[in-house]
Unconditional design. Structure first.
Length: 268
C-alpha cells in the first residue's frame, strides 16, 4: 500500500476501518523500479512521485491524480512480478488468520509501516491479493469515485470465491460501512458506498499453462485510446496477450506483470 507524501487534514484522511472490505489500492512490485516507471510512463502517460514508504516506492499519477503504486521488489523475494489489489481491513492479524482458516495462504506479513500494516496473500485457487490496515491514500473517496484503477477476479467459481472473500473481508455483514454484494447474471458485483469497486467472474482454469487464464485478480486501467497504448506496449518491450480494438487489451509488461487497459468502467 502506498500513500502520497502530502500533509492532510483529518477530513481528507480515510482509514481502512471506515471502508473495510473494499479494494483500496493497486500496486506493482517490479524488478527494476526505474525501468518500470519508464515503461508505464511511455505506455500510460504516468508521472511519478515518491511515496511515504521509502525511496524504493513511488506513486503513479495520471494528470496529477494518483492511480497506483510501484515499488522495487527485494532481490531475496523469489516471487512473480504482478499487479496486486489491496483490500482495506479492520485488523490485519485477524484477517490473516481468517485467510489461513479458510485454506488460503498468507505469503508475507502482516508487516508494519509508518502509516499502517499490510500482508500479501492468496485465496484457495491461488489468486494473489493484499490486505491493508491503516491510513489510505490522500483523497481516497475521490479516488474510489473516479475509478482510475479497478479490479476483477477471474476465478473457477465466482460464487464460491465470493463466500471466501465475504468471510475474510466482512462483505455483506451487519456492520455499518461494509461492502454490498449482488449477483448479476454470471458475475458477483461488489459495491462500496454505492460505487461498483470489483467484479468476480467464473471460468478460470487452475492448472492452465497460460497464466492469463489461471485464477487471478485482473487490474484494469481505463484509458482514452486503447489502440495507441497497445502500440506503445509493443514499442517499449511489452507483449499483447489479447486485443479487442478500440475497447480493451490484456498486456504483459517487460517483467511479466499482466494488466488490462479498457475504455469501460467497473459499472459497465
Amino acid at each position: 500500500m502506498n500513500t502520497e507524501p502530502t500533509a492532510t487534514t483529518a477530513s481528507e484522511r480515510t482509514s481502512s476501518s471506515t471502508v473495510f472490505g473494499a479494494p483500496c489500492w493497486v500496486s506493482l512490485m517490479a524488478r527494476d523500479l526505474r525501468a518500470a516507471q519508464d515503461f508505464y510512463g511511455n505506455v500510460l502517460g504516468w508521472t511519478f512521485r515518491p511515496a511515504r514508504l521509502g525511496e524504493e516506492f513511488s506513486v503513479a499519477l495520471a494528470d496529477g491524480r494518483p492511480v497506483a503504486g510501484i515499488g522495487a521488489l527485494a532481490p531475496a523475494l523469489q516471487v512473480a512480478v504482478a499487479w496486486t489489489p489491496y483490500f482495506a481491513v479492520l485488523d490485519a492479524d485477524e484477517t490473516a488468520a481468517r485467510i489461513r482458516e479458510r485454506s488460503g495462504t498468507v505469503a508475507v506479513g502482516p508487516v508494519g509501516f509508518t502509516v499502517g500494516r499490510g500482508a500479501l496473500a492468496a485465496d484457495r485457487d491461488g489468486a494473489v491479493f493484499g490486505i491493508w490496515e491503516g491510513q489510505l491514500l490522500t483523497g481516497w473517496e475521490t479516488w474510489r469515485a473516479a475509478t482510475p484503477a479497478w479490479v476483477r477476479l477471474q476465478t473457477r467459481d465466482a460464487f464460491e470465491a465470493a463466500i471466501f472473500y465475504g468471510e475474510v473481508l466482512d462483505w455483506a455483514c451487519d456492520r455499518p460501512g461494509c461492502c454490498d454484494v449482488e449477483y448479476e447474471e454470471d458475475e458477483v458485483v461488489l459495491r462500496s458506498g454505492g460505487h461498483v469497486v470489483a467484479r468476480l467472474g467464473s471460468g478460470a482454469l487452475e492448472a492452465a499453462p497460460d497464466p492469463s487464464v489461471r485464477p487471478r485478480w485482473q487490474v484494469h486501467f481505463p484509458v482514452p485510446d486503447v489502440d495507441r497504448c497497445v502500440d506503445a506496449v509493443r514499442r517499449h518491450g511489452g507483449t499483447v496477450i489479447g486485443h479487442l480494438p478500440g475497447t480493451e487489451a490484456t498486456l504483459r509488461d517487460p517483467d511479466g506483470a499482466l494488466f488490462t487497459i479498457t475504455t469501460q468502467t467497473p459499472a459497465a
